[in-house]
Design a protein around this ligand. Sequence first.
Ligand SMILES: *Cc1c(COP(=O)(O)O)cnc(C)c1O
Length: 449
Amino acid sequence: MAECKNQNSCGAKRPATGETDENLISKKPTAMISSLLEDPAAAIANTRHEFGEHGGVNMSIEASATFTVMEPETMQRLFAGELGPDRDFFIYSRHFNPTVLNLSRQIAALEGTAAAYCTASGMSAIAAVFLQLLASGDHVVAARTLYGGTHALLAHFLPRTSNITTSFVDISDLEMVEKAIVEGKTKVLYFEAIANPTLVVANIPELCRIGHEKGLTVVVDNTFAPMVLSPARLGADVVVHSISKFISGGADIIAGAVCGPTKLVNSMMDLLQGGLMLLGPTMNAKVAFELSERIPHLSLRMKEHCRRAAVFAERMKKLGLKVIYPGLPDHPQHQLLKSIGNSEYGFGGILCLDMGTEERANKLMNVLQNTTQFGFIAVSLGYYETLMSCSGSSTSSELSGKDKELAGISPGLVRMSIGYMGTLEQKWSQFEKALTKVQNLGLPYCNNI
Ligand SMILES: *Cc1c(COP(=O)(O)O)cnc(C)c1O
């Protein structure tokens, strides 16, 4: 054990020789009962628990940018890829870092993938995956309704910088998806599990079947539905996340993750060809520590976001409002989500209210924030307070007028990420008060009235 510098690292480090375990990046427990682990919360609880250096119940933060070796020859072996994080050998924190790796194992368990790695933002995870999987001249088939930044990346940035082109399709039209695939040229099928902001639910198993038949890699953004949907368990090859949203829950951190096969994650860290290693959107170890402390209560938070969103959506509908929520029986993919979603998590923590015009949407948000304190006018989602934004003029403003129309984003669409602060009834009465006030201003809150 020449590599040991102290007792604790001796305990943690594996011998430098002997068999390697392909799956160690994910540290998947071998004897797991798969049916039990269908609940992402159970899978997370089964990941290896890291204790602190001094026996603390929480892990220590490995804040080092660089790592020493006891013998100079070891450095050579590290760079040759003979020794790596699977045996607790680290080189430099733009490459694997122990604390970021620990969070990544939790995210891999959440998504049921063999491996994962966390990044500095959701956009960097998404961009790095595209650049890893695609070469100049390749083609992507992507959903028409995507997060504005992802849409801009595919529609403008990648064609200009990398000669990568994209056809945008309505993913609920499976025939249209199939027709858009150009054999030999299309390499990736990309969509969001629940789309931002229209809340279209993707038929993940069918889309994966179509993509795989044509040899594509299916990449799914699961930012809107952690715990609620498990795209990899439904057939997706790669799952990407903006951790900045529900997974963080605090609206205080920008972060992302790539989840997929061990081979993909390792290829993204390759010293010569790795999209994460070479572009360098590295997550700080201190950030990884903070986030890893929030993973244990993600399932509780998601359940409450979803429960309240469902109650509000139902009540809003009863009031005659035009509300879009996958938990309502009139949502086009209600039955689909019921059949592919993880049980007990409901239908997501986001609902949309179509106020018809931007003026009406703004009036309502203004009263909801500044008079009745129902929530905040802000982009983003997954916070403990309710966040509201008018999608067409904010997070989807990257889309042209025509693209917005095609995506089904009306100018008066208010996206609400339902929080869990206060009591449900307290929040509901704040919403009702705001509606009455808007009506008194002579702005009917819905077209039917
Ligand atoms: C916010 C968001 C992103 C981008 O993530 P960042 O962490 O802000 O870089 C990507 N996809 C979806 C669906 C998002 O909501």
